[in-house]
Design a protein around this ligand. Structure first.
Ligand code: ADP
Length: 493
């Protein structure tokens, strides 16, 4: 009798009948503790709450470690440690010396890059190719870049004398756990501030590994404190009177709460919130290249990207061709084990997020959208979503207007440049966008009229520590990255 393949064993079968052999990244070198305490004043410290929560691997649902839940008292300890470190050590240290510590963090992170990449994929579900080639190298690059600014701040704001703010409270999401920690910590340290950082509750492990790196780099105790927990821990940071600046990346909903809390106070804030980017393909674009860009723009990192190109606008004359090519390409995408080097799309970060994505897929169908999903098999355990595309949607469809944060693409067509600019802007968000065309003039017209912080031309999802990132409208306030990313951590004197 022919042995039946278990669903989870099937890697990927193309219509030609061939399939990829498994190419798993080794995790033998990964050392995870059973339990992670809070990192306060340079030491791993048990939480006053006595409580721990599990961080699980979303591709297997197996527990990876227990992680401390910080309460108000723990956050208070962390803020006080950061204040003492700020007053006594960090703000007084010569800037070039501060820079050396930041360089050291970058170098150790590079040396331990493989370990970071594997843990990122285990804890967050993203494909190892992404964590290995994008998240970890970019995180190290941010530390390198901002280390260089530490002793050059006088040139950052010509004509003005700049000074640090004090203690920065930083709250980050689960889609780029290590990279977001780097985006936040590196500019804060370079400008002479100290930090209390909270990673997201579903992805705390690379932040705890970063705490080990910070210890290894010999940073003075209290300069960086990392407290774990969920929304209540984040709120305790935002509400703490000892915090001088809040840097938040996450949902627009929580961003609004934070903005209300801080309104009227002298505390600074930057908010990097949701997005619903328009990726615009003109008929004169290099179509195959554009199709790759669309795929990368929405399916990269399971669509867990606030700047994901989740709305596709195709010029009517090439719409059928583009959609056909997209479907063909979607069919070849491999969904599965995040640690397999062939995997294109890893696991959805959590059960809650998977439910949210499924809810939106249902909404799209009920609203009359035509849904297409690739036919690949997915493992039976864990949280998975096949790449999904909607056509026959309108500007008012919820799958067009609302952020799904999953591998779901809504396709609309357009005829003229003016029409697509209007449609692209007709949305509460304004974080990012993309334009694909052969004509430089169209690039200038579109990029200057779309209200979004970042617009890529003939590429998508490219990041660099030197370029600022941030939103218009409900996508946020302030910029991170580049020279602009220093300003929110400085006051002029
Ligand atoms: P998402 O919907 O993407 O999970 P959230 O905005 O809920 O985004 O979460 C982003 C980060 O904000 C996480 O670290 C989370 O724990 C934290 N958080 C959630 N609620 C609050 C809150 N009320 N105040 C501060 N931080 C919060």
């Amino acid at each position: 009798m022919k042995k039946k393949n278990k669903k989870s064993d099937v890697k990927l079968k193309f219509s030609g009948g061939w399939e990829y052999a498994p190419a798993p990244e080794s995790k033998d070198h990964i050392r995870l503790k059973e339990k992670y305490d809070l990192f306060i004043n340079g030491k791993f410290t048990e939480p006053e709450t006595g409580k721990y929560f599990a961080s699980i691997n979303p591709s297997t649902e197996a527990k990876l470690a227990d992680v401390a839940e910080a309460g108000d008292k723990d956050v208070d300890k962390a803020v006080k440690a950061a204040r003492v470190a700020y007053e006594n050590v960090w703000s007084r240290m010569p800037a070039a010396e501060r820079g050396k510590y930041i360089y050291r963090i970058a170098r150790i992170m590079q040396e331990r890059a493989r370990e970071f990449a594997v843990i990122e994929s285990m804890d967050g579900g993203k494909a190892i190719r992404e964590s290995r080639d994008v998240d970890v190298p970019l995180a190290a690059a941010h530390f390198f870049y901002y280390a260089g600014w530490a002793d050059k701040l006088d040139y950052a704001l010509p004509g003005a004398k700049a000074k640090s703010l004090g203690v920065a409270g930083q709250i980050i999401p689960w889609n780029f756990p290590l990279l977001m920690a780097a985006w936040k910590i590196a500019p804060a340290l370079a400008t002479g501030n100290t930090v209390v950082l909270k990673p997201a509750e579903t992805t705390p492990l690379t932040a705890m590994k970063l705490a080990e790196v910070i210890q290894e780099a010999g940073l003075p105790p209290g300069v960086v404190n990392i407290v774990t927990g969920a929304g209540a821990t984040g709120a305790a940071i935002v509400n703490h009177p000892g915090i001088n600046k809040v840097a938040f990346t996450g949902s627009t909903e929580v961003g609004k709460i934070i903005q209300k809390t801080l309104a009227g106070s002298d505390r600074k804030y930057t908010l990097e919130l949701g997005g619903k980017a328009a990726n615009i393909i003109f008929e004169d674009a290099a179509i195959d290249q554009a199709v790759e860009g669309i795929i990368n723009g929405i399916f990269f990192n399971q669509g867990h990207v606030c700047c994901a190109g989740s709305r596709l606008f195709v010029q009517e004359s090439v719409a059928d061709k583009v959609v056909r090519k997209l479907k063909d390409r979607m069919e070849t995408l491999i969904v599965g084990d995040p640690l397999d080097k062939n995997t294109d799309i890893g696991a959805i970060n959590s059960k809650d997020q998977l439910e949210k994505i499924r809810k939106y897929i249902k909404i799209g169908v009920n609203e009359g959208g035509e849904m297409y999903q690739s036919s690949c098999s997915v493992p039976s355990k864990g949280f998975w979503c096949r790449p999904t595309l909607f056509t026959n949607v309108s500007q008012s469809s919820r799958v067009v207007q609302e952020e799904i944060f999953g591998p779901v693409l809504a396709v609309q067509t357009f005829r003229t440049v003016e029409e697509v600019i209007e449609k692209a802007n007709n949305i509460p968000y304004g974080l990012s966008g993309g334009v694909w065309t052969d004509k430089g003039s169209k690039i200038f017209k579109v990029t200057s009229q779309i209200r979004a912080g970042v617009i890529w031309a003939n590429t998508y999802n490219k990041f660099d520590p030197t370029s600022p990132f941030g939103g218009y409208k409900e996508s946020g306030v302030g910029r991170e990255g580049g020279l602009h990313g220093l300003i929110p951590y400085l006051q002029t004197v």
